[in-house]
Design a binder for this molecule. Structure first.
Ligand code: DAH
Length: 339
């Protein structure tokens, strides 16, 4: 019998729980009105006299052990509950808050609009789904003009033509139709072309269109504005305007920036020439001004269009244009910007 009680003392010592029900069951098992202790005390009278002392001490030890165990466990539970409170454990370290990041296209777009805002350009936008007039005809690309074929257009509907704009030059037209000179506006946006998707080209990408219309605007103003832009954007002030053709400008030019030939990457991105093409520009064709009800005898203007995706790929060394639209968080979270 004494051995049995001793093994119960060991069991009591080993017991632990923070569960209220388990603690209560434990109490009932030992200290309850039909508990083990009651049984042991009842057995006392049958214990031979010479063992009574040891027996009594052992049962008392079990009683004390069980009582203090129950008290300890209840206390521990109470303090645990208390510290949890309504808000949980207030001393716990806070959950780290995940910050989002801006898309590289947005970073570059914001930088460009910011640079032009400093010289008085506002931001304007137009619809991605356009009509023929704003995307082509008003821009001096009448029906059957061969240059229309160059812009592999996605058509949404025929007669009248509804299409996905192939360039942000369409916003020029909308802006001139709705605003009187002096005009200084920059129009960022997404454009669409039915091109095979590869590492270098996609069926949608982003452009920024610039438009300046006022009295006496000259080609020198255009060049100076672009030079200011490349200096602010890339830290490169040497530019080259290569004669080219666009139906909506006359004269027209391709914009090249002197990127340099210092590193291997410089060689790669400029194909060994040091020059990098960033877009097209020119003096707004008088026909375009007329189409937008602006008198070309009174006003002149310049316009330019720059590709945003290319600039982002260049600045961040992004090897494949498709990465810009795959929404891979591991790629996107690498871009941190304050703008
Ligand atoms: N719209 C042309 C394109 O998508 C880019 C462009 C060239 C825009 C010359 C202009 C410009 O405003 O003057 O290829």
């Amino acid at each position: 019998m004494i051995d049995k009680i001793k093994s119960e003392i060991a069991a009591v010592a080993a017991f632990s729980s923070s569960n209220a029900e388990e603690i209560e069951n434990f109490r009932i098992k030992y200290l309850g009105s039909k508990g083990l202790l009651k049984t042991f005390f009842a057995a006392f009278k049958d214990v031979p006299n010479d063992q009574k002392k040891e027996f009594g001490q052992t049962v008392n030890a079990l009683k004390n052990a069980a009582e203090s165990k129950v008290n300890d466990l209840k206390e521990a539970r109470a303090s645990q509950e208390e510290s949890k409170g309504v808000y949980g454990d207030l001393s716990r370290p806070g959950e780290p808050m995940a910050f989002g990041s801006r898309h590289p296209i947005s970073i570059v777009k914001n930088k460009i609009t910011d640079i032009f805002a400093r010289i008085g350009f506002n931001v304007s936008e137009g619809p991605e789904i356009e009509d023929d007039w704003h995307n082509f005809t008003a821009l001096n690309l009448p029906e059957y003009h061969p240059a229309r074929d160059m812009q592999d257009t996605f058509f949404v509907a025929k007669d009248p033509d509804v299409l996905l704009r192939t360039h942000t030059s369409s916003v020029q037209v909308r802006y001139m139709e709705n605003n009187k000179p002096p005009i200084r506006t920059i129009s960022p946006g997404r454009v669409f072309r039915n091109e095979a998707i590869s590492a270098r080209s996609h069926c949608f990408f982003h452009q920024i269109e610039g438009l300046y219309v006022d009295k006496g605007v000259s080609f020198a103003d255009l060049k100076q504005t672009l030079q200011y832009f490349t200096t602010e954007m890339f830290g490169k002030s040497e530019i080259r305007l290569r004669p080219s053709y666009f139906p909506f400008t006359e004269p027209s030019a391709e914009i090249d920036v002197y990127w340099g030939l210092e590193t291997e990457t410089d060689h790669k991105i400029t194909k060994g020439t040091g020059w990098l093409e960033i877009g097209g520009c020119g003096m707004v064709d008088p026909n375009v001004l007329e189409n937008c009800k602006i008198d070309p005898n009174e006003y002149s203007g310049f316009a330019f269009g720059v590709g945003i995706d290319r600039i982002a790929m260049l600045l961040y060394q992004i090897p494949d244009i498709r990465m810009l639209s795959e929404n891979d968080v591991r790629f996107l979270e690498q871009f941190k910007a304050s703008i």
